[in-house]
Design a protein around this ligand. Structure first.
Ligand SMILES: [Zn+2]
Length: 133
């Protein structure tokens, strides 16, 4: 019988090719083992996984711009947010860093800039109102 650690490594495809083949063979011969593997898989899928598991699962693709927007608003779940932070900080993805910096500057600068424009507009027009001498 295989240990849970071995089965987890199998799920992660983190074993040498001949080990992977050996376990695949065992899984074909032992239905109980398949059940155990399914349990481990289900448990990991239900939120028992570590941040590094999520990282492994998400590192292939960059989160979309919309997802980064949600991230800034704190609207993604904590596991996902942790994985996204790792994507930036550990993965050092320059594309997402630029994307995030851009979104951040929009979120922090847009409202004051708009208010400023309005104020400037009204300030500059009040002097020219008819009878405003
Ligand atoms: Zn990225």
């Amino acid at each position: 019988m295989l240990s849970e650690a071995e089965l987890e490594a199998f799920l992660d495809e983190a074993l040498p090719a001949d080990e992977m083949a050996r376990i695949e063979l065992l899984l074909r011969e032992q239905p109980a083992l398949v059940e155990k593997l399914a349990q481990i898989h289900a448990r990991r899928d239900s939120g028992m996984h570590s941040v590094s598991d999520i990282w492994r699962r998400h590192r292939i693709s960059c989160p979309s711009r919309e997802t980064w927007g949600s991230f800034l608003l704190g609207a993604v779940d904590p596991d996902m947010a942790a994985a996204m932070r790792m994507h930036l900080e550990v993965g050092g993805c320059r594309y997402c860093q630029a994307n995030l910096a851009d979104l951040q500057s929009q979120q922090t600068e847009a409202p004051p800039a708009a208010a400023d424009r309005r104020r400037r507009y009204f300030d500059s027009t009040t002097g020219y109102l008819p009878g405003g001498k």
